[in-house]
Design a protein around this ligand. Structure first.
Ligand code: ZN
Length: 224
């Protein structure tokens, strides 16, 4: 089975993607990870993308399409795609790629949370610039406020985790995903899952759906 997963900032989709990858032997392709890697390499493409992100803006379609499609080309396994497509232009590029290669999407899964939940989860995040440890002021606080438990460094808030940037990211997400959700709903593969609650609670909503699709695909393969 091939899956698209999406959700507003803080929906927990990356965490759930990792569980899905393990349980159903899929390849995880994350636009965020690919973008981060490119930024860490400090390539000219990476620096260009960093400038967009620090303003809370989306990266242009042509750049994202190039990153994702070249990744899809390099692997032939079933996949879960996280954070892509985000615009109608990206949908068209992806659909053309899948059509040309005879690949079928089985599920477009949205893990949904409202704007205030998104802000609470993201703007409370603190990271250690020295060792990379991640904290949350409410859900996973360090022993001493503002100080890393592991190495004693001063914790920071990432620029795109600030409340006003999160609200902007949330609204961009909602605005951009509207027509995409409509498209996948018309194809009959869109499912929205409530992302409120703990990771375990949300997973209990996702798993039956994936088990059902997985067993359906296994049966279909048997009949081929
Ligand atoms: Zn640290």
């Amino acid at each position: 089975m091939n899956i698209l997963i999406f959700g507003p900032p803080g929906s927990g989709k990356s965490t759930h993607s990792r569980t899905i990858v393990e349980k159903y032997s899929l390849v995880y392709i994350s636009s965020g990870d690919l973008i981060r890697k490119e930024i860490e390499r400090k390539s000219s493409l990476g620096r260009e993308m960093e400038a967009y992100l620090s303003r809370g803006d989306l990266i242009p379609d042509t750049i994202v399409n190039t990153l994702i499609i070249s990744k899809l080309r390099r692997q032939r396994e079933n996949f879960i795609l996280d954070g892509y497509p985000r615009t109608p232009e990206q949908v068209i590029v992806l659909e053309n790629y899948l059509f040309d290669h005879g690949i079928k999407l089985d599920l477009a899964l949205e893990i949904f949370i409202d704007e205030d939940t998104s802000v609470e989860r993201i703007s409370g995040r603190r990271i250690c610039p020295n060792c990379g440890a991640v904290y949350h002021v409410k859900y996973n606080p360090p022993k001493v406020p503002g100080v890393c438990d592991v190495c004693g460094s001063r914790l920071i808030q990432r620029a795109d985790d600030r409340e006003e940037v999160v609200r902007k990211r949330y609204r961009i997400y909602t605005k951009n995903m509207g027509p995409i959700i409509k498209f996948y709903r018309a194809k009959g593969i869109y499912v929205r899952v409530d992302g409120d609650g703990t990771i375990g609670e949300v997973w209990k909503r996702i798993q039956p759906l994936l088990d059902y699709i997985h067993s359906r695909e296994e049966k279909r393969k048997e009949h081929e």
